[in-house]
Write a protein of this length. Structure first.
Length: 174
């Protein structure tokens, strides 16, 4: 049985200090990406606006003031749009009954995207069923969208997400 996995979103930056890479999307939003154990954190900033996403097993050290916290259930997609000032944050995250063997296999499943940056971390020391690859966490960044995967070979599942970060379109009348 897989431990409950949660998606959560916060305004500003909770106190976790590990940073793996920093990048800027085509629309000017800056990202800071971290893999923290088998979890990930993505900080999105545009001017004064800031949202922080975690996908993690429940961590009692996470702040309680989340904009959203959802326990991910097998086969049920969490699809939602959040707005914070100039940020429009569209997320689709779900637990699927598939284990990706490699980050390349996950990227190939995304329908032909060519990521501009890829981050992956394999957990070679973690126990997994005989003949299965070790679990890994990965992120692929493509223009204004990032994709994540967390594999759990022991339960035959993965957590996958697609997040697109935009900025509101301001209409102008003439």
């Amino acid at each position: 049985m897989i431990k409950p996995i949660y998606f959560s979103l916060y305004e500003k930056v909770p106190n976790y200090s590990v940073r793996i890479f920093k990048s800027t999307l085509e629309n000017g939003v800056s990202l800071e990406v971290s893999i923290i154990g088998t979890s990930h954190r993505v900080i999105s900033r545009s001017g004064e606006e800031c949202l922080t996403e975690f996908i993690t097993c429940f961590d009692r050290k996470l702040p309680e003031n989340a904009l959203d916290r959802v326990c991910l259930q097998s086969g049920v997609a969490h699809v939602r749009e959040y707005r914070s000032g100039n940020l429009v944050y569209r997320v689709n995250v779900e637990q699927v009954s598939k284990v990706y063997n490699t980050m390349d296999e996950f990227i190939n499943s995304l329908g032909g995207i060519t990521p501009v940056e890829v981050l992956t971390h394999e957990f070679a020391g973690m126990p997994s069923p005989s003949g299965t690859p070790p679990p890994f966490t990965g992120l692929a960044l493509n223009t204004n969208t990032f994709y994540t995967v967390h594999t759990y070979p022991e339960s035959g599942t993965s957590i996958v997400s697609r997040t697109t970060i935009g900025q509101p379109v301001l209409s102008m009348t003439t």
